[in-house]
Design a protein around this ligand. Sequence first.
Ligand code: R5P
Length: 311
Amino acid sequence: MTNDVVIFAGTSNAELATRVAHDLGVKLGACQIELFPDGEISVRLDEPVRGREVFVLQSTGPPVNEHLVELLAFADCCRRSSAERITAVVPYLGYARADKRNGRRVPIMASMVADLMQVVGISHVVTVDVHTPQLEGFFRIPFDGLSSVPTLVDAVRVFLPEGAVVVSADAGRVSMATEFAHRLNTSVVVLHKQRESGSRTRVTNLIGDVRGRSCLIIDDMISTGGTVAETIDALLGAGARPEITVAATHGLLLEGAREQVGHKSVRNVFVTDTLPVTNNGWPQLHVVSIAPLIGEAIRQLMADGSLSELC
Ligand code: R5P
């Protein structure tokens, strides 16, 4: 890597940042990040960025607001220090689910986040399996959504029972499920669900046949685990074999998620490391690193190359 490029990492996912730096064979940029007793965040760059291309690696997962402000603060200090270009590499983009007004007198948080990121000087956003691809429309700067599907498929393949069908946990995940099925040479089943609250969904329809089949449930994230639990019930109710694999890009795995997902029919659960995840005492949980994907994206951008092969 030339001197014209520097990669900083926020505090959201130190392990992933270290793996990406290792993959690229570079040292992360020197900086200091502090949290004041009143909760305010302070960021200081300990190396010059004037005229340099800067990458800031930061997932905006829990605590979402803290990690988001940290990312904004990084971009602000890079812009004020005359960085040439600021690319935010945000493997997990918080608030992406809040992409429309669900009712009256409510904000569109994803749109607000997009505005904030641009106002502070971010010139390019790279993320992974964003909740809805049309989110790109909130940004007036280049926005690339990398796909974790090839990485997850490689990890899942050897664990998957013969003849397993891919299950899209909801209508929004059909194209991701189709990509999984294509790579695994199998078919897709789609569930239609309704969200009843922030943590409760209800499956209303199952499109396809799962009788006697093992299933691979795929989703963009496991948050409370409610969606996966509902999906498992619906599949078993429709006659699926009690031999279920789950694969999701973002392992938020909030409190209680393990109990929700840990049904006795679940053989293996795969998530990537877009967020920090530990599988302490949960042997079915596999954490697959997307560091090579992020590293390759940064490599391409440094060479003004295209990311289309990675999206
Ligand atoms: C919903 O539209 C998403 O794609 C996920 O299915 C959902 O956000 C997962 O959340 P939870 O694990 O809380 O059901």
